[in-house]
Write a protein that binds this ligand. Sequence first.
Ligand SMILES: [Zn+2]
Length: 265
Amino acid sequence: MSLRFLLAFASMASGLWAQGSPLASRPAIRDTLTFLQRVEPETLDEQVRLCEIPAPPFEEKVRAEYYRKKFVELGLQDVRIDAEGNVHGVRPGRRATPLVVFTAHLDTVFPAGTDTKVKRSGTILKAPGIADNCRGLAVLLAIVRALNEWKIATEGTIIFVGSVGEEGLGDLRGMRHLFEKELKGKVTHSIALDGTGLTACSGAVGSNRYRVTFSAAGGPQLWGVRPRESHPRARPGDGKNRAAPSPRESQDHLQHRPDRGRNLG
Ligand SMILES: [Zn+2]
């Protein structure tokens, strides 16, 4: 099976599938996509189960163990958790190469103690992390299931991975470990499933991480009272003696200059 075939699975399973694609007309793909549509309610149930196992940064262990058991149930080989905490499962092809690594990250941005119980309202599921990345994790399992169901033999080998440390201070520690140690120099293709799958990217997206330190005289900020020095809400690069923006000013600033928006964690 080609890489395009696999991508078709991923796209369909994550809701990206475009009707009328030439790939959709191939019988093997059509059957498999129909299967994925049929089992979608079960995939959603799996998504909920995963979400209700908290996996805050650096504490992915319990969810990783659940994922490991799923890999075993699905018949993947050499299932294990590596030194960094990534879960691996191998689906051997006829040959060792090409070697496709199919990943979904296990961690969420939400800190320990966050209530991750899923609330259903009709077709809407609400919970911290339900999309990013429980959807990716559930879809990855559905893809393995589809490959098994249709007894699809691949030319190359696929390694499925639930990776750790994708978010925030995790700094991609799981993927770094994978590419710099475990599978160094061996991976020919890499596919990552992340979030709802409403967009697809066929190249490396890159990731810039900054550690930003603000220093100021500081002091408590009260409504109607502005400290003289800059405040953590101040814009990077603002003059040192500029008064701190009020919450209202900060909001206006972000609306007028969305390019200056920063996600600080
Ligand atoms: Zn994500």
